[in-house]
Unconditional design. Structure first.
Length: 169
């Protein structure tokens, strides 16, 4: 899978998108917990790493080795089911938000999904998470449904968002 890319942003944040490994899971879970995502936990992420239909990516900071901080700035987990890519979880550390990392992760997952034959992508977003919805809209997602009380802690509806994908050649 050719999903590794180097990204440099105007904000001077430099990161690389690459495959998630078992060694990344502690930081992935830290990010998951800090973002208010539905908690999957170590076992679920570990299982995704061994599924051939899963796309598990992380954004690694180049500067983390010079700071006393974690190297993983964000992650995305998606799974291909027939010709549909389901974006399960995406999270970015608070300190790294609004720097292009979420978009780069989403773009890499969509690119790999297209390459593997996905024709559509689907995800759930918290109804009150306007920043996430704006990000998804930039990548062609539109609201196609609602799941009542889908999220817990706090209880909130999920908007089902879907995007049509053109298969990469």
């Amino acid at each position: 899978m050719s999903c590794v890319e180097r990204v440099r942003r105007a904000s001077a944040v430099e990161f690389m998108i690459g495959l998630m490994s078992i060694h990344d899971l502690i930081e992935v879970i830290e990010i998951e917990e800090s973002c208010g995502l539905s908690l999957w936990g170590w076992d679920s992420y570990h299982a995704e790493l061994s599924r051939p239909e899963s796309i598990t990516l992380v954004a690694r900071s180049y500067m983390a080795r010079f700071r006393d901080e974690g190297a993983i700035e964000g992650f995305i987990v998606a799974r291909l089911n027939a010709d549909e890519l389901h974006i399960n979880n995406i999270g970015v550390r608070e300190r790294a938000r609004r720097k292009g990392i979420g978009g780069a992760l989403l773009e890499a997952a969509l690119h790999n999904g297209r390459r593997l034959g996905a024709q559509t992508a689907i995800l759930e977003a918290r109804a009150g998470n306007m920043a996430a919805q704006a990000l998804y809209r930039r990548y062609g997602f539109g609201v196609c449904g609602r799941r009542r009380n889908y999220y817990r802690r706090p209880a909130e509806d999920a908007l089902i968002m879907k995007a049509e994908l053109r298969v990469a050649k």
